[in-house]
Design a protein around this ligand. Sequence first.
Ligand code: AMP
Length: 208
Amino acid sequence: MNLIFLGPPGAGKGTMAFRAKEHFKIPHISTGDLFRAAIKNETDLGKQVKSILDAGNLVPDELTTSIVKERLQQPDATNGFILDGFPRTLYQAKALKEFSAIDSVVNFTITEDEVIRRLSGRRVCKSCGESYHIEFIPPSKDGICDKCGGELYTRADDQIDAIKNRLSVYGESTEPLISFYKNEGSLVNVDSSQHPDKVFEDLKAILK
Ligand code: AMP
């Protein structure tokens, strides 16, 4: 099963992809994760994209597309995959069509206010990467990771200005993909403002 998870930042695509990869036994391919790993490892790619990610802008289409094309050629992706965060532009969607057939595009729907609430409250551990939310999943001690005692911080792209920029980039560049995939006949909608367990139930039902 070749899947695309579409939706604004903060819609919970990553959380659902994590569950879906276990359930369907297919790899979760997140371009955001690939870029963040490159930044952490200080590779050439990481150095090239760090300021773009921090500001919440898009990495150039050709570069992003070539990374995904290469990733999809890995043996673990031959029986299916979940693309999370790709494609994000019409250019990417058209390029993807040239090298891969997609079965379903899941569009996770959520309001802009809820996205801001989710992202601005997110805190990540500097040491182990564990994710918290000041309202929904608070750590036992303010600012300290329950798992490893590391310091919690707000990702640069979860700062309010970057969130607003990411949302406007989403509206301009990515939202048009909803009609693109609707026309292709592969779009399905899932209401992701619900509890994660219910979102996952709906997802499984729709992909059956
Ligand atoms: P995400 O974790 O999916 O929100 O992605 C984090 C950041 O990585 C985005 O704000 C972009 O800067 C970059 N990025 C991820 N996927 C793409 C993509 N398909 N095209 C361009 N930039 C991307």
